[in-house]
Design a protein around this ligand. Structure first.
Ligand SMILES: [Ca+2]
Ligand SMILES: [Ca+2]
Ligand SMILES: [Ca+2]
Length: 378
């Protein structure tokens, strides 16, 4: 069926909507986790619209990701393939995030590899993981050195010869980066960062193993609202020959744009990372009453076991499905209806209106919108 054969379809839902509109959203049965609507199981291509990218928010006008999609390159996952790029001191790499106010627990499950899809990444500092950062109100015109503040925990290859799986944990304060590398058992992990007051707690779980507290930081400099999301970076040996501003404002791949010189062409570009995030879940931490007033960043006051009692596996349940949601805001409303109608009768991969994932936008998808209309999935 071609679009010209069905002009009336654009008007077909109106009477249905009139019948549905009296059903206002209800909070009855809502989860006490008021951050659940930010969670993403990466089950639908359109949910990428609910995520921001730092290169564009800060108007750097240079994409640092060669591939970035949801449920396309890898079904059910967000895929990120970075160009030559890093996060260190004043080097600012790619970061896909949502803003979160107050305390939170953020958890991702990911698998990393080199660009061949199976090997340990070969180039130095090629990792991906969970990342939280203080927002900066800057553009390239107002950027200054010394302004980066963040914490991350990642998985990939850091500095070993030959390359092997490692975790990297990094805290950066006013662009002063402290990092620690440790062995990791393999290419898959669940990584978690909890921000509770001034405490930042990083945890990890390898497949088939138990949760571990990986590191803690006291960050009383962090503002109330942080950017929370996922990070990838690769090929530090090539990154470091560029000054940070050039690195931050340029897509570092050949051919380089006019006016950007390669200070050492004898060092090849060698980006070597694919990151696949199976989910990204947000929750409010439910801190036990007996820990109130204690410094959660201090192992002397709060042992790991006390943290693991309410973090790790206890912090989350999977986000419930949201079948009519085209844009990842976990609400089904006119925006979703417009997407489905705007793409009606289109076929192909990655259509945001293809809610049932069968490769076209048709009545099956429209029915998912209408049956969930005005219902928040939280
Ligand atoms: Ca998934
Ligand atoms: Ca929606
Ligand atoms: Ca469909």
């Amino acid at each position: 069926m071609t679009p010209t054969e069905s002009p009336a379809m654009r008007h077909a839902p109106a009477p249905l909507l009139a019948a549905l509109l009296p059903f206002a959203p209800t909070l009855a049965g809502a989860s006490p986790n008021d951050l659940a609507h930010l969670s993403d199981e990466f089950a639908h291509p359109g949910s990428i619209q609910a995520w921001s990218r730092i290169e564009f928010i800060e108007q750097w006008n240079a994409s640092q990701l060669e591939v970035h999609d949801v449920d396309l390159t890898t079904p059910g996952a967000m895929t990120m393939v970075p160009f030559t790029v890093s996060w260190f001191q004043n080097y600012r790499g790619p970061f896909v995030f949502k803003p979160v106010e107050g305390d939170f627990v953020f958890t991702v499950h990911l698998t990393v590899s080199g660009r061949d899809g199976v090997s340990v990444p070969q180039s130095q500092y090629s990792l991906a993981g969970a990342f939280i950062r203080a927002p900066r109100d800057i553009t390239p015109d107002t950027w200054t050195a010394g302004g980066e503040n963040y914490v991350f925990l990642s998985l990939g290859h850091g500095d070993t010869t030959p390359p092997s799986w490692q975790h990297e944990i990094k805290t950066t304060e006013n662009s002063d980066s402290q990092l620690f590398l440790t062995p990791a058992p393999g290419p898959t992990a669940t990584l978690q960062i909890a921000r509770i007051g001034d405490a930042v707690i990083c945890l990890r779980r390898a497949p088939g193993q138990s949760w571990q507290v990986h590191g803690r930081f006291h960050r009383d400099d962090f503002p109330q609202t942080l950017q929370v999301g996922v990070v990838t970076y690769t090929d530090w040996l090539k990154c470091q020959i560029f000054d940070p501003f050039t690195h931050n404002s340029t897509t570092l791949t050949l051919p380089l744009p006019d006016g950007v010189n390669d200070p050492n062409p004898f060092i090849p570009f060698a980006p070597d990372l694919i990151a696949r995030f199976d989910f990204a879940r947000f929750a409010r931490p439910q801190v036990p009453a007996e820990l109130a007033g204690l410094d959660l960043s201090d192992p002397g006051q709060v042992p790991d076991a006390a943290l693991l009692a309410f973090l790790g596996e206890s912090a989350h349940s999977p986000a419930p499905p949201c079948p009519g949601d085209t844009n990842g805001d976990r609400t089904v409303n006119f925006a979703d209806l417009n997407t489905v109608l705007g793409q009606f009768n289109e076929t192909g991969d990655g259509l945001f209106g293809d809610l049932d994932g069968d490769g076209d936008v048709d009545f099956g998808d429209l029915n998912l919108v209408l049956s969930g209309f005005n219902q928040p999935c939280r």
